[in-house]
Ligand binder design. Structure first.
Ligand code: UDP
Length: 241
């Protein structure tokens, strides 16, 4: 599918607006599947039919996770207020679930990471019910059978994109309610195991620069996924499609 068609489907409002929409869905027992799209997954979709289907699925709501996606949408004349990052959205949803005494399932990351996040939530929100499984042991489909039996209000899957999103998409039919989201490395940050970029980088949309400075080996990946991506969108915006 043309890159423009993926971008046309992405939510263009503010992060706060989207968080409110997802919170309402969680509180009212709707079923909602959120995919946070970065340039990497959009580039991937062009080569992989399974990921293409995911980004076109009517059941999936897509939000722009990254400033390059926001810029790409604007190049096409689409509304794109700001990025809606998976880690912030996950944080807001977990807090809302905590305040409302909801049931949460956390799947993924290392045992010490996901158990630390579960403990933190239980400590901060005594009314919440938290189930969890790490992302390295057990058959994922069996784990999902267990999740379906619980029918949580919120299920966050941290296995890395696009595996986490494809897994949710494949099992969505087993649920009539609940919010589902793939959250990449968010458990590492939310549990306190890994530091997020300092506020300055977050505020100025330069978290990507902070990551490259800390891990220069990311430069190649950054180039492939962001610079090439924006080049392709620029060509499409000029009418090349
Ligand atoms: N992960 C996992 N099982 C695996 C591979 C990865 O639970 O088999 C976890 C890993 O511990 C990390 C997350 O998935 O918490 C992926 O984070 P990363 O930042 O690589 O993902 P991205 O945000 O790039 O999708």
């Amino acid at each position: 599918m043309a890159i423009t068609e993926y971008l046309e489907r992405i939510f263009g409002g503010t992060a706060e607006e989207y968080a409110q929409r997802a919170e309402r869905a969680m509180l009212s027992g709707e079923r909602l599947f959120v995919v946070t799209a970065n340039p990497e997954i959009i580039m991937h979709a062009q080569k992989d039919p399974e990921v293409d289907r995911l980004l076109r699925a009517k059941e999936a709501e897509i939000v722009p996770d990254g400033i390059s996606v926001v810029k790409a949408m604007r190049m096409l004349g689409l509304e794109a207020r700001e990025r809606v990052t998976g880690v912030d959205l996950a944080d807001k949803l977990l807090r809302a679930a905590g305040r409302q005494g909801k049931t949460v399932f956390l799947l993924g990351a290392k045992e010490e990471v996901v158990s630390a996040l579960a403990q933190k939530l239980r400590r901060e929100y005594p009314g919440v019910t938290v189930h969890y499984r790490n992302g390295y042991e057990g058959d994922k489909d069996k784990i999902f059978d267990g999740i379906a039996a619980i029918a949580p209000d919120l299920t966050l899957v941290a296995l890395g994109a696009p595996a986490q999103d494809l897994l949710i998409y494949r099992r969505l039919k087993d649920f009539s309610r609940g919010v589902f989201m793939g959250v990449g490395g968010s458990f590492d940050v939310l549990s306190g195991s890994k530091r997020r970029a300092p506020a300055f980088f977050v505020r100025t949309n330069t978290e990507w620069l902070y990551r490259i400075l800390r891990e220069p080996s990311r430069l190649g990946r950054f180039w492939n996924n962001n610079v090439k991506f924006l080049g392709e969108v620029r060509r499409a915006a000029r009418g090349g499609r």
